[in-house]
Write a protein that binds this ligand. Structure first.
Ligand code: SF4
Ligand code: ZN
Length: 310
């Protein structure tokens, strides 16, 4: 029968390919929220009293995460500071920032916009203009990821945040697993998971409460709840290897709808062994220039910035 499996409403908005479950709008929203809260408990991602720095890009993942975590804030379980990073991607980031501002304001959540330009004196556009010719091997996402991680970690300490929550979804996580395998980057594999480990007191734990929610369902959730989100894609995303992997997994998922779940489950089973065998035992020191945690004398951000001075 074509009606909601939970309440019998004939207006279903989703038939899950992996389980065959049919849900109406209200039951879909409720079951998605329950699943996220269940995963938060299962993986012990959040505890009462946490102050969560939520990376709010304005995209669907982070807006949905804000919507769900705000229910914990309203019950006084956690506090939230939403942080939007403006990398300086002309024609793209401006709109995302505006949408992020409106979402945080609507819920009454404290919000900060932090810019690459203010912290590093350079925008991502300027970084790419400087480096594409000199070093074609490094793409925009590599720089962007290094600089963003630095900012999140720094701002988390400035704000006294106990966790950094990001909107990584099932698709992102599966892509990271497959990419790391294909690149033979076992060290990266050991770092994939719902929660990071603290290797230095200056590191703030990172959590991914949407790790088991497929991207498609996140898209449906924001539409069903009529949340305002930034749907445009980053102009640099097409350059990345991740983009190719994303297309490849999407194609496979058409015929094999459970493939992302099985990739994740399989990986989670071997992760403990991987960690034991391959975790990078290098000592984490502090960057001699900026004081942030680093594996070398200079952290990656400072070594990039230094190399561009030459
Ligand atoms: Fe940064 Fe790459 Fe994401 Fe664009 S797609 S925001 S360059 S990580
Ligand atoms: Zn540094």
């Amino acid at each position: 029968m074509n009606s909601c499996d939970k309440c019998g409403n004939p207006n279903i908005i989703i038939k899950k390919k992996q389980s065959g479950q049919k849900l109406c709008k209200d039951c879909f929203i409720k079951s998605t929220q329950n699943k996220v809260i269940k995963d938060i408990r299962k993986y012990k991602l959040i505890k009462k009293g946490d102050k969560i720095l939520l990376g709010l890009s304005g995209g669907k993942d982070s807006v949905m995460l804000l919507d769900i975590l705000n229910s914990l804030r309203k019950r006084n379980i956690i506090d939230i500071i939403a942080v939007t990073i403006d990398e300086g991607i002309h024609g793209y980031r401006e709109e995302g920032v505006e949408i992020a501002v409106r979402n945080a304001k609507k819920l009454g959540v404290e919000h900060r916009v932090v810019k690459f330009k203010d912290y590093f004196g350079i925008t991502l556009d300027e970084i790419i203009a400087k480096n594409t010719l000199k070093d074609g091997r490094r793409n925009a996402c590599t720089y962007c990821g290094v600089f963003r991680r630095w900012i999140f970690n720094k701002v988390a300490r400035e704000e006294g945040a106990t966790k950094i929550a990001t909107g990584h979804n099932l698709d992102d996580e599966t892509q990271s697993i497959v990419m790391s395998y294909l690149e033979g980057n076992i060290h990266n594999l050991t770092r994939i998971g719902p929660k990071s480990e603290i290797k230095n007191k200056k590191f703030t734990i990172k959590i991914k409460p949407l790790r088991e929610i497929p991207e498609k369902e996140i898209g449906l959730y924001v539409i069903a709840k009529e949340l305002e989100v930034h749907f445009a894609g980053c102009p640099y995303a097409i350059e990345s290897f991740r983009g190719e992997i994303k297309d490849f997994i999407k194609q496979l998922s058409n015929e094999h709808p459970t493939i992302m779940y099985s990739t994740l489950r399989g990986f989670d089973k071997i992760k403990t062994i991987l960690k034991k065998e391959f975790s990078n035992k290098s000592i984490v020191m502090e960057c001699e220039k900026c004081g942030e945690p680093s594996a070398a004398q200079l952290c990656k951000v400072c070594s990039f910035l230094e190399s561009w001075k030459k």
